[in-house]
Design a protein around this ligand. Structure first.
Ligand code: F6R
Length: 571
């Protein structure tokens, strides 16, 4: 994953200033961070970005990095920037160099001395003693995998920026230029950007930039400046964590999306629906929570009589059946998930059209799509998807309603409010469940993906092993694990008799049943929701609140859970 930022400014800037920009990319990883400037100064630290880490450093050209470890443990030595043997070159890298073992072997045989266990260090050694610009074509032909790299040389006021696979964008400011993994790093300083295409590199100084395309023999290329607008994420305010703040923003975010689908995004939604009708079959491609939202979308479309499937992006290749009667819909909050981007590349190669649902505008997924909808949830900072998941479900329901699915959007507000009215009850349940090692969540039909989504939240935020499953599958094996006191959350949409039987079955074996709605069983949390969309959303909110309060009871780092990052930009 990782986030990278480079500044080239006319006036000297402090390390604190560039590290503050980097802090805005911390959702990409927070294992370690580092700073290097063209005087040769370099600092590296393990842990979250401390903007005051280099109090005395000022420069006009510097690069910084926040890491999500892939190759090599979380240590200062493995933190970026990495240098060549002479210390004359410093690089920061986002991505994975897949053939780094072979490259490192060759370089060590040629006398290079490596300090870290990372794949990235090979990049610094490759450029040692070379004319960086002239060596670029050889770099692109020898290095495999994904990379967005910033490189500086001691005493030189230039940043070399180059990329394949991983995102990279230039930001144009008044008296200088910035380059970063995404626009968010500098969206408080400029609203003008240039996006790098695949296999491009640039020379960046405070005065200007020059872009070159490897595909065109490293010849200079003209680039278009893209004006962008980005609503800044609000401050934490009165909330102790972003997770609870973002859950509480759901009513507002849902309302904003519904309005925009009926107004400014109307042409976009109509275009996608037409593409769906023309194709006749929809394949969603997504990861994690976005995949669960896609599973719900499949059921909405099926109820409208349209064939649809959802495929986990990282497994897409194994399941790929694509032809002209298919529309692929990529679903991604960040729009930067590498598994999704890889799948999209395969889909594009087959000539199949792609629509997308994204939250982060100008993201790679959005730019790769033939049509896109923005789920308009606003910036989400907590690693866990909460309000964005809800808005993905609403967007799916809305598109399905345009091909015949009957959704009662008018009941949404009431249901969401009802779920929030259960907060005190949910806190009590959280206190009761905080020491449990395993929790099961049962759903059927449309509530099955919700069960999986709640389980994912419990794992990533509350560090509880949780299994979200089809209630009907219980008796085919998992029932053996139910014993006295095992917590089982049953998602019970009104009028679903079968889920009541499943709840009775586990209860008979001593399970502690927590029913979301009662339907005859003692009610744990009152969800309401006669409508499927409303039930999905209300039970998701109840599950998110439960997860949050269990994590709080346990004193966990809720917004930045261990080992994770919000934007998963590696395969
Ligand atoms: C879980 C979560 C992840 C993401 C997944 C895909 O709370 O946030 O499972 O849903 O990494 O990310 P996007 O939607 O950005 O492609």
């Amino acid at each position: 994953m990782c986030g990278i930022v480079g500044f080239a400014f006319r006036q000297p800037f402090s390390a604190k200033e560039i590290l503050t920009a980097l802090k805005r990319l911390e959702y990409r990883g927070y294992d370690s961070f580092g700073y290097a400037d063209n005087s040769g100064a370099c600092i590296k630290r393990v842990g979250e970005i401390a903007v005051d880490a280099a109090p005395g450093s000022f420069s006009r050209t510097a690069i910084v990095h926040t890491r999500w470890a892939t190759h090599g443990g979380i240590t200062e030595t493995n933190a970026h920037p990495h240098a060549d043997c002479t210390g004359g070159i410093a690089i920061v890298h986002n991505g994975i160099i897949s053939n780094y073992r072979e490259l490192r072997g060759d370089m060590e045989a040629a006398g290079h001395v490596f300090r870290s266990q990372t794949d990235s260090e090979t990049i610094a050694h490759f450029f040692e003693g070379k004319d960086v610009k002239k060596a670029m074509p050889e770099f692109f032909s020898r290095f495999q995998g994904e990379f967005a790299v910033l490189l500086i040389r001691k005493g030189d006021e230039k940043i070399y920026a180059f990329k394949r696979g991983s995102p990279l964008v230039l930001g144009i400011a008044q008296d200088g230029n910035m380059v970063a993994s995404d626009i968010y790093a500098f969206s408080n300083k400029t609203n003008r950007a240039i996006f790098f295409n695949e296999d491009e590199f640039a020379e960046i100084t405070w005065e200007g930039w020059k872009f070159y395309s490897i595909g065109e023999g490293a010849a200079p290329v003209e680039k278009e400046i893209t004006p962008f607008s980005w609503k800044e994420g609000e401050e934490l305010g009165e909330y102790p964590h972003y997770m609870i703040k973002e859950i509480k923003e759901i009513p507002q975010a849902a309302g904003r999306l519904l309005l925009s689908l009926q107004a400014e995004q109307k042409p976009a939604v109509e275009k996608i629906v037409q593409m769906m009708k023309n194709a006749g079959r929809v394949i969603f491609v997504a990861s994690g929570s976005s995949y669960h939202a896609a599973l719900i979308g499949v059921q909405f479309l099926a109820r409208a009589g349209m064939e649809a499937r959802a495929i986990v992006a990282s497994e897409f290749r194994s399941f790929m059946i694509l032809d002209e009667s298919t529309l692929a819909i990529a679903v991604s909050q960040s729009g930067e998930t590498m598994d999704v981007i890889e799948a999209m590349r395969g889909i594009k190669a087959k000539g199949v059209k792609i629509a997308s649902l994204v939250n982060v505008p100008y993201s790679t997924v959005q730019r790769m799509s033939n049509a896109h909808l923005n789920i308009a949830a606003g910036q989400e900072i907590c690693v866990a998807a909460t309000k964005t998941f809800v808005n993905q479900v609403i967007a799916m329901a809305y598109m399905a309603s345009m091909v015949g699915y009957k959704a009662d959007f008018a009941s949404l507000d009431g249901c969401i409010a009802k779920a929030f009215s259960q907060e005190e009850r949910i806190k009590e349940i959280a206190a009761e469940l905080k020491d449990r090692k395993d929790i099961y969540i049962l759903g059927r039909g449309i509530s099955y993906p919700v069960a999986r989504e709640i389980a994912l939240k419990l794992k990533e935020i509350s560090y509880v092993h949780a299994e979200g499953m089809m209630a009907g599958e219980l008796k085919h094996g998992t029932l053996a694990l139910i014993e006295d006191g095992t917590p089982v959350i049953c998602l019970m949409p009104k009028n679903d008799k079968d889920i009541v039987s499943s709840a009775e079955e586990v209860k008979a074996r001593g399970a502690r049943v927590i029913a979301f709605n009662g339907n005859g069983i003692e009610e744990g949390v009152k969800i309401g929701g006669a409508d499927a969309v409303a039930f999905c959303i209300a039970s998701t909110i109840a599950g998110q609140l439960l997860t949050y309060y269990i994590a709080r009871e346990k004193g966990l780092p809720i917004d930045k859970p261990r080992n994770l990052a919000k934007s998963v930009t590696v395969k």
